[in-house]
Design a protein around this ligand. Structure first.
Ligand SMILES: Cc1cc2nc3c(=O)[nH]c(=O)nc-3n(C[C@H](O)[C@H](O)[C@H](O)COP(=O)(O)O)c2cc1C
Length: 399
């Protein structure tokens, strides 16, 4: 237990009881319209009871062609959803816990087989993982429509009683695709220089602020995407400075894109068994191919390192360049590391994803001192199987 970690703070007016946030985690608990279900409400109540500082929801879609191909994504693309979300925020607020909605457009990281619509992206560049479709390059009108739909979603998030909204600029989804020259080779004012690539985000901030004033708009951004001509920390630092100027309330620092497999959520071994059964790329392979491929993948596919605190160096560099709060996510799983990050590295908050899947009440265990480390074994079955089923901890066992 450490006093600084458990000291209350204000983040852009949002009251946080400690410095450990639940990072956005796709829950797969929406109904067929994309509205939140009772199961989702119950999960958030468990998190709130477990003393988490704030809950960031799984990503919610702002328009149909940007819907995830994972199972049962939340949608925030129409006003009819507001009462259902209002029930969620009321329930969570009973426990004096703030809740922030993450909103996103998946860009080329989805499948038209699932959405029924053409995938779109800044440029018509095929994604290395979701490679079934070549995305359509967005027109000027298409980009403006997306900006307006982000703004409408922000207005709805506020009306539904969320304490803030988080734009997903990380992990290779549409806004990250604009920011990275790896996926954006446009020659117009939406591509080229950092200012141009950032334009879509600056427009969302500008138009949203006209509508919602100083309502907290946070972001989760990539500090790097591991690509030769992609996002690098130097450019990410400049983008963080632009975000501060745009009026961003806080920056959560992450890295990586879906093409790189489990770079974003690292583990010791590739979860080959789960991938063979549940991932769209592998599950329909002939049985014999799977039998041969599984042990090869498991043994020889190199997994990214380090496994812990893997975005901390980037977060430190970003924090040095800006004056707004920084949240760091990625491989943070024990109280000693959290203490070190907050006390010694001048980072404002930490966030965790997988530790909350296995133990929604992990913060209260840390606070009471009954446990110092997450029980998560980083098998990453949760990340693979959420393509077909609601979120759950599998603890390395196939369902
Ligand atoms: C099952 C699962 C779902 C996720 N869904 C989201 C999401 O909706 N939005 C997001 O920004 N990141 C998502 N992530 C990434 C996490 O928020 C986090 O950045 C990553 O898992 C690293 O943190 P960790 O080591 O604490 O798990 C997801 C990760 C997992 C395992």
């Amino acid at each position: 237990m450490n006093n600084t970690i458990f000291e209350p703070t204000l983040l852009s007016g949002i009251k946080l009881k400690n410095k450990i946030i639940r990072s956005a985690t796709h829950e797969g608990m929406a109904d067929e319209k994309g509205f939140p279900t009772e199961n989702l409400k119950n999960l958030y109540i468990r998190l709130a009871k477990g003393e988490v500082a704030a809950i960031i929801t799984g990503y919610a879609g702002i328009q149909a062609d940007g819907k995830s191909c994972l199972f049962a994504m939340l949608m925030i693309d129409n006003d009819a959803s507001i009462p259902a979300y209002r029930e969620i925020t009321n329930a969570v607020h009973e426990y004096s816990t703030p809740i922030i909605m993450q909103i996103a457009h998946c860009g080329r990281q989805t499948r038209s087989k699932i959405t029924g619509l053409q995938t779109v992206a800044p440029s018509a560049i095929r994604d290395g993982f979701y490679s079934e479709d070549i995305p359509k390059e967005l027109s000027e009108d298409g980009i403006n429509e997306i900006i307006d739909n982000f703004v409408s979603a922000i207005i709805r998030v506020k009306q539904a009683g969320f304490d803030g909204v988080q734009l997903l600029l990380a992990h290779g989804y549409l806004l990250a695709e604009f920011l990275s020259s790896y996926s954006n080779n446009r020659k117009d004012h939406w591509g080229g220089s950092t200012e141009n690539k950032y334009r879509i985000i600056s427009e969302i901030f500008k138009r949203a602020k006209e509508q919602v004033g100083d309502y907290p708009i946070l972001v989760k951004m990539n500090a790097h995407d591991g690509r030769k001509n992609g996002m690098k920390i130097e450019e990410a630092v400049r983008i963080a400075q632009m975000l501060e100027k745009s009026g961003c309330a806080a920056i959560e620092v992450s890295g990586g894109i879906m093409e790189d497999g489990l770079y974003i959520m690292r583990g010791e071994k590739l979860p080959a068994d789960a991938a063979m059964e549940y991932n769209f790329k592998y599950k329909n392979l002939p049985g014999l191919v799977k039998t041969i491929a599984k042990p090869i993948l498991k043994t020889f596919m190199k997994q990214p390192k380090p496994l812990l605190k893997f975005n901390l160096d980037s977060a430190i560099q970003i924090k040095k360049a800006i004056n707004i709060p920084v949240i760091v996510v990625g491989g943070i799983n024990n109280i000693d590391d959290i203490n070190y990050i907050i006390e010694n590295q001048n980072i404002d908050y930490v966030s965790m994803c997988r530790p909350f899947i296995i133990e929604p009440n992990i913060v209260s265990k840390f606070h009471k001192g009954t446990q110092t480390k997450s029980k998560c074994i980083m098998c990453n079955y949760c990340a693979i199987i959420c393509e077909e089923k609601p979120l759950k901890c599998y603890y390395g066992k196939l369902p």
